[in-house]
Ligand binder design. Structure first.
Ligand code: SAM
Length: 384
């Protein structure tokens, strides 16, 4: 049963198209209802709930305290709405702040204008209640506010995370086409992989998907390594409470669990880099890596695989005919190596992929659009 606590409203940002996956994760972590919004999820809770999400979420980018959410007509409305907030509940007299802004839609002003208007409001509101002029520090602020204008909807949030959570602690090797860990974790959730099943990413690059599976399988909270999160500088998060959340997350780890997680890639350089990341994640021996060409996978795969979750190359410079041939040969080889395996993958060529799936006799389960950086891509689920 979902419980509603009196407390604060929060919103967590995520990838556009994956809001439902993120909402389910937040509900599991906090026990409170989470509502889907555009590229974000809104939930109600206490600071410890937000702390749990910051430390343990795999699908969120950042978590904010929701200070304002209203429809506005222009910059004046934004300034007025921002002035009504009692900032001294969250910010100390001696702390510095900055406002970052994002704007979607067409407006006769820029996001820098929004930052300046909100910044003025914060200073005035704080001076009115505390008699102190808050310091602005755009480079390294103690507290960061986030102003988001989407059409006429204005949202003002206070960042409790700091740097986006998709930056994982284990990324010591960076692949040129490395996948966001938030997308990787969301794909794993959508694939319905269970840690008792074997899983392979045959285009593993730097290992993001297998490593996320390993952390998920052993219930290791990815944010626990980050001790410089913004919430550590906010007075509403008590140090004792944060320590309790960290202890309870550490206590629920299942590091003893047997896993069958595999990653492979045609490039030796990628496999060497993936191994560095696997080691940094503390998953050496738990996530196993191999070098191999997927189009020949039936010749070298010697274990049974229940799920494949993968991010093949987008082939930006590939012609459509060449792309159809490539996908067809990959899908046929997978069908020979692991008949009936459930496959979850990303593609920027959904039409070509549908043809290749028909050529290989694959059955489509599900397809959704997500925004990956600035690209619109399809997240596809199919059965070989
Ligand atoms: C988009 S990248 C994967 C990035 C990865 N998800 C990560 O986070 O680092 C695609 C990978 O597919 C590999 N690749 C391309 N063609 C391949 C093939 N025929 N067989 C196996 N791997 C291949 C490339 O070497 C590259 O590392």
């Amino acid at each position: 049963m979902l419980l509603i606590f009196p407390g604060l409203d929060f919103f967590a940002t995520t990838v556009l198209g994956l809001e439902d996956v993120t909402a389910r994760e937040i509900e599991e972590l906090t026990g409170t209802e989470a509502l889907r919004d555009v590229a974000k999820v809104i939930f109600h809770g206490r600071p410890v709930d937000a702390a749990r999400v910051n430390y343990a979420s795999r699908c969120c980018n950042r978590v904010f305290i929701l200070l304002v959410r209203k429809s506005v007509g222009g910059l004046e409305d934004i300034e007025k709405a921002a002035k009504e907030v009692e900032y001294s509940e969250f910010i100390n007299d001696d702390q510095s702040f900055a406002v970052r802004s994002e704007r979607h839609g067409s407006h006769p002003f820029t996001s820098m204008d929004i930052s300046a208007a909100v910044g003025r409001s914060v200073i005035e509101s704080f001076r009115a209640s505390r008699g102190v002029r808050l310091r602005v520090d755009l480079k390294n602020p103690d507290v960061e506010l986030f102003a988001l204008l989407r059409g006429s909807e204005f949202i003002l949030g206070l960042n409790t995370t700091g740097r986006s959570l998709h930056h994982r602690f284990y990324r010591v090797y960076h692949h040129r086409a490395g996948l966001s860990a938030v997308i990787a974790a969301s794909m794993l959730r959508l694939s319905e992989w269970s840690p008792s099943e074997s899983i392979l990413d045959p285009f593993c690059g730097s290992g993001t998907i297998p490593i996320e599976a390993g952390l998920m399988g052993l219930k290791i909270a990815p944010g626990l390594e980050f001790m410089d999160m913004a919430m550590h500088r906010l007075k509403i998060f008590s140090k004792d409470e944060l320590e309790k959340v960290r202890k309870s997350l550490r206590a629920s780890e299942e590091r003893w669990k047997e896993l069958r997680i595999f990653g492979s890639d045609a490039s030796l350089r990628s496999i060497e880099g993936a191994l560095m990341n696997v080691r940094a994640a503390g998953l050496e021996g738990r996530v196993r890596l191999m070098q191999g060409d997927v189009t020949q996978i039936d010749k070298w795969l010697n274990m049974s695989i229940d799920k494949i979750v993968t991010n093949p190359p987008f082939g930006v410079r590939m012609s459509l005919r060449h792309a159809e041939e490539f996908y067809t040969s990959v899908f046929k080889a997978i069908s020979r190596a692991a008949p009936g395996v459930e496959v979850t993958f990303l593609t920027n060529k959904p039409v070509v992929v549908r043809k290749a799936m028909d050529n290989a006799g694959w059955q489509l389960y599900d397809s959704r659009k997500i925004i990956y950086g600035t690209l619109e891509v399809s997240l596809v689920r199919a059965k070989a």
